[in-house]
Design a protein around this ligand. Sequence first.
Ligand code: GLA
Length: 674
Amino acid sequence: MTDRPARPALSVPGIAYGGDYNPEQWPEETWAEDMRLMREAGVNLVSVGIFAWALLEPAEGAYDFTHLDRLLDLLHTHGIAADLATPTAAPPAWFFRAHPEALPVDQDGRRLWYGSRQTFCPSSPAYREAAVRIAGALGERYAGHPAVVMWHVHNEYGCHNLACYCDTSAAAFRDWLRERYDSLDTLNDAWGTAFWSQRLSDWDEVIPPRATGAQPNPAHLLDWRRFCSDELLSLYRAEREVLRAASPDLPATTNFMVMSGSDKLDYWRWAPESDVVSNDHYLMSPDPEAELDIALSGDLTRSMAGGPWFLMEHSTGAVNWQPVNRPKKPGELRRNALAHLAHGADGIAYFQWRQSRAGAEQWHSAMLPHAGTDSRIWRDVVELGADLRALAEVRGSTTPAEVAIVWDWNARWALELPGGPSEEVRFEDRVRAWYEPLWRAGVAVDFVLPDADLSAYRLVLVPSLYLVDDAGAVNLTGFAERGGTLAVGFHSGQVDENCRVRLGGYPGAFREALGVRADELRPLLPGETLPLSGGGTASLWTERLALAGATAVAWYTEGDLTGVPAVTRHTYGRGTTWYVATSPDPATLASLLTCVREEAGVAPVRAVPRGVEAVLRRSAAADYLFLIDHAGAGAEVTVAEDAVELLTGERAPGSVTLAPGGIAVVREPRRPSA
Ligand code: GLA
C-alpha cells in the first residue's frame, strides 16, 4: 500500500452513487425527469461535462457556460453533487482545424483525423495550452459552486491515444531521455545499442519506436512506454494544478483503468497525484469468472490508493465495444457493485446515467435504459441505491492484509515486449493465476511495488517479475532473510531496469535467495503439458533447474526434464523462499499456495464454501464482512453472536444465510482486544 499524505476528500455523505451524466445529449425537458429519477434511485453524485468541450467553448477562447450554470444549479437544488470534469478528452473540431499538427501520428506515420474522441498528440503544445485554458476557465467559474465536490480531470488518459509518433513527440521523448540518462553515452549503454549497429551519436537520432522491418530494441520500447505514461501524467498535472490553484480544498481525480487487459499507464506513478483514486472496470464477455477480475482490480486500486477509492465507471449491463456485448445475469449488477465496495470502493458509479439515443455509444447500457423505468436494469438500479444507503457506515473502512502480491507495470511491459522466450507468458494471466486461490479462500491481499515497505506482511508473492532493479530485488529477498515467506514465479528477476539480462543463470536476481540455478529456459508449446510428481501437470514453462541449497517439492516425471525440480522450497536467513518454475494446473497451484500460505501463518477472513466470496473491511469500531454467492448455491456462514446484517438491518446471531446468488454484509463489532 502507498502511504499518502492528507488530501482533500470527497465530501458526499455515505457511499457516493451515480454515474456520468451527459444531459447535453438531450433536450432540456428531460432534465427535470432526470432529477426526479436520480432521487428515486438514490443518486447523490454525477460526473458532468466530460465530453462537453464543444458546448462550453464553441470557438477558441469564447466560452458559453449557460448550459453548465443551469445544470449545476439544478443538481444543487435537488441535493445531487457534481464531479465536474474538464472536457479535454474530446477536443472540438475547431481546435484541430486551427492546429492540425495536434492530431496524432501512428507508428506507420499516418496522421489520424478528428471525428471521435481522444485523438490528439499528448506532446502537442497547442493541445496542452487549450486543455489548461479550459480547465482554468472551469476552475475559475465553478470553484465555489455548492454542487461541485470534485474535479474529474480528463477521462481515462491514454485509453485511445497512449502514443503519438510525430516529430513533436520525438522531441519530447528526447527531453525525457536526457532527463533520465543525462548523456548519450549512458543512453547507448542502457539500451545496448552496440547490438545491430544501433549506436546513437547525436540526440537528434533518437526517435520514437516507429514501425521497422525487424524486431525493435527492447530497452528503447520500454523507455517509450515509460515516456508515454509520464507524458500523459504531465498533462494531468498541468490541468490539476490550475484547478488546485482555484480551489485548494476540492479533491481532483482522474479515472484509471487498472484491469480489463489495460497495460497502458504506470498507475503507481499516477496514484500519488490523485486526491481521490478512481478506477473504471468493465467485464470482458468471454471471462467466465468476471468476479475474480473485479476483486483483483479492486484490491489493486485500493492498494494504490492506500485505502478507499472511487469506482468511477462500470456498466449496468452490456457494453458496446466487444465483439458480442452481453447483458448481465440476474443479480449480477448488484453482485458486481457490492464486490467493488467490498474491495474498498467508497463510491459506485456507472457509465452512464441515461442511455444515449445517438452517437458511438448508443448501444451501451446505462442506469436509465432506452426502455425507460419499466425495465429490469432500472429496478436493479433503484434497489442498488437502497443497498448503498444501508451500507453508508462502511465508508472509510479499510482492509487489513497479511499477503502482498507484487505488481509492477515496468515488469509487465518488459515481459511482453517482442523477442522473449515465449509470447504465451502474459503478466496479467500469471498474477491472476496466483491471486485466484487466495481470493477463493477469502484471503485479503494487497498489491505492492518491489521496493515497497513489506514489514506489515507475512507472505509476499511474486507471480511474475521479469524486470526488477537492484533495490527491488534486495527489498524482496531481504524480506525473506528477515523472516518472511517469499514465493517467486518463473522468469522473474531476469533483467535489470534497462532490460539487460542478469548473468550467471536464472532466475537472475533471485537465484541466491531461492537456492536454485537454471542454465536453460524451456517454454512449452500451447497445449503441451508435463506430469508433475505428486499429481498435477505443468504447462507454459519449464527450466533446466538445479538445486543450490533448496529442496525440490515437485519435479517433472516425464520427458527430457524427468527428475528436474519444478517447485522448490528453501530456508533463507530467518525466512522461507519458494520457487515455482512452471505453471502448475489451477488445482495444483491452489494446493501449493495454500500450503505456502498456511506455513506462513496467514488465515482467510472467514471459512466459506467454494463459490462464496468473503471480504473484510474494518473500521475502528467494527468489521464488515462481505459475503457474495457467485456459485448460486446459497450458503450458511458463521458470524459473531452480536452480528447485524446491514442490507436487511436484521440481527444475525451466530450465522447468516445467503440466498442463491445473494449477498450479505455483516457488521461484527470489534472487541477491545481485537
Ligand atoms: C470508458 C469511457 C466512457 C465510455 C465507457 C464505455 O470507460 O470512459 O466514456 O466510453 O468506456 O464502456
